[in-house]
Design a protein around this ligand. Structure first.
Ligand SMILES: [Zn+2]
Ligand SMILES: [Zn+2]
Length: 387
């Protein structure tokens, strides 16, 4: 069965919602206008329950099927934007300077709303669908907040499904895999203490900039020399702050960056090796350094059964040739991982076509993908909750 006729018919209207959201991007948990829009639509569609304020500004709409008792599945979209100055020049570009829907969460929200409307009209399934709209995907842990707020228990959700658009993947195509699909995302801050002094007499100082440079090099040694080459570890130092004058060696320096891993074991061992390296390299050079290691998002692990169900739904929509079932994992992260830590489920990628990549000021969600995404959500509900 191909694209839903209803999804194609609704496309212009869903695109209009999407573009309206695009014009009013909101950040992290401050998605008040967006959440109000979402809750209003869900009520208008006749959802059986519309719960607001979950995980601060998250929304859950419950739609019961007309085929009796069954499990409740969660289908999740994200609502937040990014602190980026938009450079698309589109008629519907962001009206709020310095904020932009540069990850397509406007599209995710609009598509899940479209699916909710169709599911509330047809209800051709047993059990119930919980449509989940989360705040603060972009670094705020909104998914974790919703889970911590008891969302899974309150709505008796037994499985969870997520979707993200993927630039570069043609419209009408999907990509997914069983197992680790997106990386764990951690943040590191390294405080280096040396001794400042005259830049012409380095021997009277302990140069924290030199120490920082050695630490950066040594950290790449963890990737190249301590890690199984078949596994994936990324250590990126993205900040190096020190000094104010050309002729002064400063007393301290600070490094910052991110660590990405695809397995829980490597995440553990990487943290240990990074700490040892930071402390000991600084000590060897006469200084001191300390590491703050903050665990942000876990590995996004797709379970086998639910991934099979997602593949079956995507196949029904676009045909078997349109889904890559063993997609390469990516080192980006997803806060949907917190929901997957609580319940079995899977995250799928939806082709966004040949557009700029996400988080780029030129990026735009591709409205051509709307009927594909909406049809996927509807078929997924009908597949998992088949009467
Ligand atoms: Zn993003
Ligand atoms: Zn995103």
């Amino acid at each position: 069965m191909p694209l839903l006729n209803a999804a194609s018919r609704m496309q212009p209207e869903i695109a209009a919602w999407r573009q309206a959201l695009h014009m009013r991007p909101e950040l992290l948990f401050d998605v008040h206008e967006t959440a109000k829009f979402v809750a209003g639509k869900l009520k208008e569609f006749g959802c059986d329950e519309v719960a607001t304020g979950i995980g601060r500004t998250g929304i859950v709409g419950l739609i019961r099927g007309r085929h009796g008792e069954g499990p409740v599945i969660g289908m999740r979209a994200d609502m937040d934007a990014l602190p980026i100055v938009e450079a698309t020049g589109l008629a519907y570009a962001s009206q709020i300077p310095g904020r932009m829907h540069a990850c397509g969460h406007d599209g995710h929200t609009a598509m899940l709303l479209g699916a909710a409307r169709h599911l509330a009209e047809t209800r051709n399934f047993k059990g119930a669908v919980a449509v989940i709209f989360q705040p603060a995907e972009e670094g705020g842990g909104g998914g974790l907040e919703m889970v911590a707020d008891g969302m899974m228990e309150r709505f008796a959700i037994s499985q969870v499904f997520g979707l993200h658009n993927e630039p570069g993947l043609p419209v009408g195509r999907f990509a997914i895999r069983t197992g680790a699909f997106l990386a764990a995302y951690d943040e590191i801050t390294i405080a280096i203490k040396g001794r400042g002094g005259h830049a012409a007499m380095p021997h009277q100082t302990i140069d924290p900039i030199f120490i920082g440079a050695q630490i950066i090099s040594a950290l790449q040694g963890i990737v190249a020399r301590n890690t199984d080459p078949i596994e994936s570890l990324v250590v990126s130092i993205t900040k190096f702050h020190a000094g104010d004058a050309m002729n002064v060696i400063p007393p301290a320096a600070e490094l910052g960056g991110t660590v990405r891993t695809l397995s829980r074991e490597l995440r553990e061992s990487a943290e240990i090796r990074i700490r040892e390296t930071v402390e000991n390299v600084a000590r060897a050079l006469g200084g001191e350094a300390s590491l703050s290691y903050v665990r942000k998002y876990p590995v996004t692990v797709n379970t086998e059964k639910e991934t099979g169900l997602a593949i079956a739904a995507a196949r029904e929509v676009m045909g078997a040739h349109c889904i890559e079932t063993d997609a390469k994992p990516i080192m980006g992260a997803e806060d949907f991982a917190f929901m997957l830590e609580k319940r079995p489920g899977t995250m799928i990628f939806l082709g966004n076509g040949d557009t700029a990549y996400v988080h780029n000021p030129e990026y735009d969600f591709n409205d051509e993908a709307i009927p594909v995404g909406v049809s996927y959500w509807v078929r997924l509900a009908e597949t998992v909750l088949k009467p």
